[in-house]
Unconditional design. Structure first.
Length: 318
């Protein structure tokens, strides 16, 4: 039974006296029963149960046989107005992918938005460095500074960040946040204890283009799931998905052209024609065919993952 405005306000006042924030409280999803009031957030999660004795001036509602809307049904109605709206779930990704194809087909827009790909590229380098415990600073000028020595401070700070994602995700039952946090912790442990220096150098060079494929894929997949409330993912997922689509489409098309012999491997970099990620991979013993195969295979894996998650979400939502 939906709370009356005055009862909801009285319950919120009692909750604030206990130091509980009511910013995410939902009057529609909060529930009245014979024992008291269940204050719930916009996701339907229980924030606080208040017995009637703590609400002076109010009493339990009389018993009746009226049909009551279940919490799950009301939660679904609330969600349809926001995060899980059927239109967004079905059409957001196809529209963003279509826009990304158009953007990358027009030289001017492709040039204006090339900074998106640079950011993903440099974050790919930085991510590998961070996971191995090394300080790194990705810059939007086609350069990432990486220290050669490992730092326990980096390891601890990243572990804390992973826990800051894991703990609220467990409390709010956000599956994506739990998976991401546990994956980050596992990658940290592998990067710190199992990655030799020689392997790190090759992986660091490879991770630039890989970041243009993997990181957009993570963002696109994440756009179908909820994160803890303080990320405000309900809003940010839309522009993030568009940026991810622009970068992913550009990189997938480019490396398919390289595979077909329609474009050369991008040796060199913005700063030097003789030094770049592909040059470093060749110097590490990689062949040109190995480079091409690794990126084209990774691109197919990313596209298959996005397609699979999208179809599962549509089937679940129907």
């Amino acid at each position: 039974m939906e709370l009356e405005p005055d009862l909801f306000e009285a319950a919120c006042k009692q909750a604030r006296r206990r130091g509980i924030s009511m910013r995410q409280a939902s009057r529609r999803l909060s529930d009245v029963n014979s024992s008291g009031i269940d204050l719930r957030d916009t996701d339907g999660q229980l924030l606080l149960h208040l017995p009637w004795r703590q609400l002076p001036g109010f009493s339990p509602p009389p018993l009746n046989t009226e049909k009551r809307i279940s919490l799950n049904e009301r939660a679904k109605q609330e969600a349809n107005a926001g995060f899980d709206h059927p239109w967004l779930r079905r059409w957001l990704l196809p529209v963003n992918l279509g826009l990304a194809v158009v953007v990358n087909a027009i030289p001017l827009s492709r040039w204006l938005l090339q900074g998106i790909g640079i950011w993903f590229h440099e974050f790919g380098h930085a991510f590998v460095a961070w996971m191995s415990g090394r300080r790194a600073l990705p810059l939007p000028i086609g350069w990432t500074t990486v220290e050669s020595e490992r730092s326990p401070v980096v390891f601890v700070l990243l572990l804390i960040l992973a826990l800051l994602l894991l703990i609220p995700s467990l409390r709010q039952q956000k599956r994506l946040g739990i998976v991401l946090a546990l994956t980050l912790i596992l990658l940290q442990l592998l990067g710190w204890f199992a990655l030799p220096t020689s392997g790190f150098n090759s992986l660091l060079s490879w991770s630039g283009v890989a970041g243009e494929l993997i990181l957009p894929t993570v963002l696109i997949v994440a756009s179908f799931y909820r994160l803890p409330r303080y990320f405000n993912w309900k809003i940010y997922r839309i522009p993030c998905q568009f940026a991810a689509c622009v970068c992913l489409v550009r990189t997938v098309i480019f490396w398919q052209r390289v595979r077909l012999g329609l474009a050369p491997i991008p040796f060199g970099s913005i700063w030097s024609a003789n030094h770049g990620d592909m040059n470093d991979l060749i110097a590490s013993g990689w062949s040109t065919q190995t480079i091409i195969s690794s990126y084209t295979t990774l691109s197919w894996i990313c596209m298959a993952m996005i397609t699979g998650i999208y179809l599962i979400q549509q089937r679940t939502n129907d």
